[in-house]
Design a protein around this ligand. Structure first.
Ligand code: ADP
Ligand code: MG
Length: 679
């Protein structure tokens, strides 16, 4: 967030302003859309004797005693009375100044949850204030705002009250649109949510489906859509080479494949072929579950670029994956006379790097890691940039490839299947093609959950499988805190398995190996020279060895769902019956238990993603923090799916028919944060 927004700054002392900035409140406009988490009803008093236990209420009592006790732990205990009965209040942390408020005979209003205590009704740490018999009750609900240390709720309430009185509440939705959508006005909605009139039903407010909440959530989602669609349209304004195939390279590739394309692959291919023939850049995301066959679709797109006389670049997030793509693409295309070059970051000698960069600059197809976007690599005629596993790259890296050599068409690929509304929201700046069909002949993968006390059984299973001629992966736990520790675990597992599996060839691959060492191990595994490959999560994406039919994952409880799904997708790629054994160590936390249940019960990536979204929330889902997409604070992509749909249509319409309103809308909701997205 960082920079202050451009609307009027908050009028408050410097120290307070600094604290507000920490929670993203820079301007008056920010205050206006800083909405309450919940409300408390301080408009009424409840007699102590009639307070329903477990519910937050306000009571007004007269103090009869206040003492500090030391057992069972230090606490301030206040006894007080109203006409109906006695209340005990307990404070486990307190200041002398607070003690002073509870002088005998003082009248106090306390707000909190009443519980049944040893002496009857009790409140622990109620909010309280001293009053006298004439102090009027507030007439409005008390909004409770998200805040930060040192900023009292009452201070926020005051600042926001001021902003509501003088701030810019101008409508940014055209009337006719607003009526069509049946949404209330913005000013009215914000006033209502900040200062609900007396008598408003608390349940409605808290449930967030009140029309005022819907309006706010719609505006929020609309801002997100506007910003992404605007970026999309702006990119469209730029020209790109028209890539029309001048020969039959693509057809020859198809002829030579040992399989025919699935219907989904054919559809994707046609959409992409059409995009590439346009005079503006393609911005397409090709989504498909692990194993759906995205690589061949990308290769066909590359053929179109190449036979139109341009270069194609294919970037993958890891050395291992990039290498695999390189070998496969070379295998497919070199016999057809295409020059395929390899570019990786880990080349030691500068001379060698430069030489490779030079080759890359001229080759028809260049495959590599993020080395493709480093300085010194310049493409002569880059027509198409393909980014595999795009969610593994930050926005900046993806953009960098676009900036190499003019303005190429872009094809992004992702095996993280995400639910539809999430896709609409996060990928609103892309056209999306989904490969919703797996190639035929895949054997379903059997998943087993095994407690780590039965590790020996798993080792026995591995041995049996290898005797049948198959191969296995053995993946070691992710240790986020320490790469060194992770390495150590992989090393230990490798040694244990060597001892447990005499006569079998066990290999080890991890992120710390040099690129050529990694490649040598992977090549040996692919060639069948290694029976069991112990690996860290470096093999998570893309790797394809059809003879490997078993995936063992240790400490499966430490992995995220999409990671487990990706890892499991490494097997089941050939004609053999495949399985995935998830070894877990108890005791399992609630989330871990849910995750394992989901991965055990489901094989469909989309379904797994949908359920994952439910337990995780969308924030971390697609690496949103680094994706540059503004996060939603109020709207919920699952519950408010209809708003997302509406906002998508409205965003198009506003950008073309009401561009000024669109700008003001963005300013209000995203302010300075918008800058991040324009890149
Ligand atoms: P992903 O979508 O996960 O990147 P890949 O492109 O790696 O999947 O494809 C997985 C495997 O399926 C590869 O071995 C690939 O050659 C093979 N494959 C792709 N399309 C088909 C198809 N239509 N029929 C049979 N096998 C296919
Ligand atoms: Mg892939």
């Amino acid at each position: 967030m960082g920079n202050p927004g451009t609307s009027a700054p908050i009028r408050a002392p410097e120290a307070l302003r600094k604290k507000l900035a920490k929670i993203g409140l820079h301007s008056e406009a920010d205050l206006l859309v800083h909405l309450p988490l919940r409300y408390e009803d301080e408009t009424r008093l409840t007699p102590v004797a009639r307070a329903p236990w477990g519910e937050a209420v306000q009571v007004e009592v007269v103090v009869s005693s206040c003492e500090v006790q030391f057992r069972p732990r230090r606490q301030m205990v206040v006894r007080a009375l109203d006409d109906s009965g006695e209340l005990t209040m307990r404070f486990f942390s307190f200041y002398p100044s607070q003690q002073a408020v509870f002088a005998t005979g003082a009248r106090v209003r306390a707000f909190g949850e009443v519980r049944s205590g040893f002496f009857g009704a009790e409140m622990v740490h109620p909010r309280f204030r001293k009053v006298d018999a004439e102090t009027p009750l507030p007439t409005e609900m008390t909004p409770v705002y998200p805040s930060t240390a040192g900023v009292a709720n009452s201070a926020l309430q005051k600042l926001i009250g001021k902003a509501l009185a003088v701030g810019d509440l101008a409508e940014t939705l055209p009337d006719e649109l607003r009526q069509r959508l049946k949404l209330p006005g913005l000013a009215r909605s914000l006033r209502f949510l900040h200062q609900p009139p007396p008598g408003t039903d608390l349940d409605t407010l808290h449930a967030r489906n009140h029309p005022a909440w819907r309006r706010v959530k719609f505006d929020e989602v609309l801002a997100q859509q506007l910003s992404l669609r605007r970026a999309y349209l702006a990119r469209r304004e730029q020209g790109a080479p028209v890539l029309v195939a001048q020969d039959d390279l693509g057809a020859r590739l198809l002829d030579q494949l040992p399989f025919g394309l699935t219907g989904a692959q054919l559809r994707a291919m046609a959409e992409i072929a059409d995009d590439l023939a346009q005079p503006y850049p393609m911005q397409r995301l090709l989504q498909g579950d692990v194993g759906a066959g995205k690589t061949i679709v990308a290769a066909l797109a590359a053929c179109q670029a190449i036979s139109a006389g341009w270069q194609a670049a294919f970037m993958a997030p890891t050395e291992i994956l990039a290498e695999q793509h390189y070998l496969k693409l070379k295998d497919w295309l070199a016999p057809l006379g295409v020059e395929v070059a390899w570019l990786s970051g880990s080349l030691k000698s500068k001379a060698k790097r430069e030489q490779l960069a030079a080759t890359a600059a001229g080759a028809q197809l260049v495959v590599g890691t993020h080395a493709l976007i480093q300085d010194g690599v310049d493409f002569a005629r880059l027509g198409l940039a393909i980014v595999d596993e795009q969610h593994r790259f930050g926005v900046a890296q993806r953009l960098a490839l676009r900036k190499k050599g003019g303005n190429p068409h872009q094809l992004m690929m992702s095996a993280t299947p995400i639910p539809r509304t999430l896709a609409m929201s996060y990928y609103a700046d892309l056209d999306v093609t989904v490969l919703d069909e797996l190639p035929p002949g895949r054997t379903p993968i059997k998943t087993r959950l095994v407690a780590d006390s039965r590790r020996d059984d798993v080792v026995g299973f591995v041995r049996k499988l290898v005797e049948e001629g198959r191969q296995a992966y053995w993946v070691c736990p992710l240790i986020e805190e320490s790469e060194a520790l992770q390495l150590q675990t992989a090393q230990d597992t490798y040694e244990t398995l060597l001892a447990d599996l005499p006569g079998l060839t066990v290999g080890l691959v991890h992120g710390r190996l040099k690129a050529d060492e990694k490649q040598a191990v992977m090549a040996a595994f692919a060639a069948g020279e290694i029976d069991v490959l112990v690996a860290t999560t470096v093999i998570e994406v893309g790797v394809d060895v059809p003879n490997a039919s078993l995936m063992v994952i240790e400490h499966a409880e430490r992995f995220g769902l999409s990671q487990l799904h990706q890892l499991r997708g490494r097997v089941g790629r050939g004609q053999y019956e495949s399985s995935c054994v998830l070894i877990y160590a108890g005791p399992l936390g609630e989330i871990a238990r849910q995750r394992l249940k989901i991965i055990f019960e489901n094989t469909d990536g989309f379904e797994i993603a949908r359920q994952d979204l439910q337990i995780r929330g969308p924030g971390e889902f697609v690496g949103a923090r680094q994706s540059g997409v503004p996060l939603l604070r109020y709207a919920d992509l699952e519950l408010d799916a209809d708003l997302v749909e509406m906002a998508r249509t409205v965003a198009e319409e506003m950008l073309t028919r009401h561009p000024q309103l669109a700008e003001r809308h963005l300013e209000r909701w995203l302010g300075s944060r918008e800058e991040l997205l324009k890149a």
